[in-house]
Design a protein around this ligand. Structure first.
Ligand code: NAP
Length: 218
């Protein structure tokens, strides 16, 4: 996020906040996960590929009997996602779409050929999503945004770790999406989160917070 807590600016083009060294660190974190989740708005806005970039890391995953990149996961109510988005078309990995019960039929029709569609409740219940992912063998899930997803995972107490990277500039435009929205977060003045690590990576800083006893410092 920017110094003032934004994940993007208000323009159509994706705003790059991290530097190359941090993008590579994120790639390493990705390669250590079983699945990566983004909200539907991030697919529409950024069209991310969500693959492990490094050939060495992909080869190491395959050598351990895994897919070259983690499973891709998204959540949607409106199902207004383009089936030709990179999320669906690149990478030989499973793609999972958790949609609301009421949109299940339209999701199946629109995206059923390019992804596995799962009824996630109305609205999609993230406890249900994580339980279903666990049943599919996902032990480590990386939530890569956007703010709506961060807010729900954090307020539901479902995140074991928060990795926050602060880029050295301001966005200064309240039309832009924030790192999180309003919500009842388990960490407040009376229950402070545990800061587990601070790491400078060139001109950005990584803050790691341990949010549950499942946090692993490695
Ligand atoms: N800086 C970064 O690291 C980073 C990372 C990722 C994203 N971003 C930025 O974040 C912005 C997008 O963030 P955002 O907060 O607007 O959106 P988001 O979190 O990416 O996606 C929100 C959408 O997800 C679906 N959704 C979320 N929770 C749901 C639930 N419980 N039930 C049903 N559907 C649910 C809805 O999709 P439908 O509208 O389809 O119903 C909702 O509109 C973009 O500008 C992107 O560039 C930045």
């Amino acid at each position: 996020m920017s110094i003032d807590g934004y994940l993007d600016d208000a323009e159509r083009e994706r705003l790059l906040l991290s530097n190359e060294a941090d993008f590579d660190r994120v790639d390493a974190v990705r390669s250590g996960c079983d699945a990566i989740l983004v909200g539907a708005a991030t697919i529409r806005q950024d069209n991310p590929r969500l693959l492990v970039r490094s050939a060495e890391r992909r080869a190491a995953r395959v050598a351990h009997g895994k897919s070259a990149s983690p499973v891709k996961v998204t959540v949607t109510g409106r199902c207004n996602i383009d089936p030709s988005a990179h999320f669906f078309t690149v990478g030989d990995v499973d793609k999972l779409v958790y949609c609301t019960s009421s949109s299940y039929d339209s999701a199946l029709q629109r995206l059923g050929k390019v992804a596995t569609i799962v009824d996630g409740g109305d609205p999609v219940d993230l406890h249900r999503v994580t339980a279903d992912l666990a049943a599919r063998g996902v032990r480590r899930l990386m939530v890569e945004g956007g703010g709506t997803m961060h807010t729900q995972f954090l307020t539901a107490g479902l995140a074991d770790e928060l990795q926050l990277v602060v880029a050295p500039f301001f966005v200064g435009d309240s039309r832009a999406p924030r790192f999180v929205g309003d919500g009842n977060f388990p960490w407040g003045p009376d229950r402070r989160a545990t800061l587990a690590e601070v790491r400078q990576i060139g001109d950005v800083v990584l803050l790691r917070y341990a949010l549950s006893d499942r946090f692993h410092p490695g």
